[in-house]
Design a protein around this ligand. Structure first.
Ligand code: MN
Length: 316
């Protein structure tokens, strides 16, 4: 990992993960009087091989950034070479989390042992709440346009970890989109932006999930709930964020930008446009026990998940 802006407080918090979860970004700067969220860290995604051999760029869920409460993982997948993605993610379990798949181009075929199946195509979102357990496969399809998109894992609060699985599959044409007076184009996947309510609703983390395109020499401003964790993932062009001082920090894609606390996010562009995900969520401040696709609160609960898998009682 290359931390362009290295903030020791943030990094130690991320490394400690759950043990330090009570000191989230929400508390860190509440007394400073700041309203615009400033850059806390800029993280260069690292290449990983996941599933049966899929090349990904991971920026949350690494040794350096294990947990950004309530976000457990952020993967950016994109390639025109089938060898990078065709092996896919054969049948595997999840418990205690939500996986959010947003496809930019290409398609991912999805199937689970409960009988749900379908294809997530360009511009579509799948917000999957695993609850107590699903077994599914996620297979990127070989197409001339290749594959591009993101998967985000959102932690579930202890009281929701063993609920029934739930899917919110939203087709591209049902995701609200609007253009601000400044010319920024915003797709509202979850949360509210302007007066526009997102397509995905009733999620524990009360998330915002936006896909924002800012034209050159322009600005995006949007409210984000104070005390909620927020990040931007810049995936096209270059964006400028308020830095720790009076300066702006230029962030070329692809980079994860962890934002400090405040009421508003402000992003500007120079000669290049910028496209980024803007995501926020309410931190849980709960202990986490993490083992691959299972994220629970205690070690015993992880052992129970493994035992349920062995006994064939995982999916009920
Ligand atoms: Mn999965």
């Amino acid at each position: 990992m290359l931390a362009l802006l290295y903030n020791p407080a943030l990094m130690s918090r991320a490394k400690q993960g759950s043990r330090d979860a009570k000191q989230g970004p929400g508390e860190a700067k509440r007394t400073s009087g700041e309203t615009t969220r400033r850059v806390e860290a800029v993280i260069d995604p690292q290449g990983v091989l996941e599933g049966a051999g899929v090349r990904l760029r991971r920026s949350i869920g690494t040794r350096e950034m294990n947990y950004l409460d309530p976000f457990l993982l952020l993967d950016d997948f994109g390639s025109h070479d089938p060898r990078d993605y065709e092996a896919g993610f054969p049948m595997h379990p999840h418990r205690g989390i939500e996986t959010v798949t947003y496809v930019l181009s290409g398609a991912v075929r999805h199937k689970d042992t409960l009988g749900n199946s379908g294809s997530i195509g360009a511009g579509d979102i799948q917000w999957m709440t695993s609850g107590r357990g699903i077994l599914h496969e996620e297979m990127p399809q070989v197409r001339p346009e290749g594959i591009a998109g993101f998967q985000l894992w959102v932690n579930l609060p202890a009281k929701a970890k063993m609920t029934a699985p739930r899917y919110q599959d939203v087709r591209a044409d049902r995701i609200p989109e609007y253009t601000t007076p400044d010319g920024a184009r915003i797709r509202v996947v979850a949360g509210t932006a302007g007066d526009v309510r997102g397509a995905v609703t009733d999620i524990a983390a009360d998330p915002i999930y936006l896909d924002v395109l800012v034209p050159p020499r322009s600005v995006y401003r949007g409210p984000v709930e104070r005390g909620h964790t927020a990040f931007a993932y810049v995936f096209q062009g270059s964006a400028r964020f308020p830095g720790p001082g009076r300066e702006e920090v230029a962030v070329p894609s692809p980079r994860l930008v962890v934002l400090g606390d405040g009421d508003e996010v402000r992003v500007t562009t120079a000669d290049e446009p910028a496209r980024f995900l803007l995501v926020s969520g309410k931190p849980l401040h709960e202990p986490i026990a993490r083992y691959g696709p299972f994220v629970m609160n205690t070690r015993e609960e992880i052992e129970q998940a493994l035992e349920d898998l062995r006994r064939g009682t995982f999916v009920t």
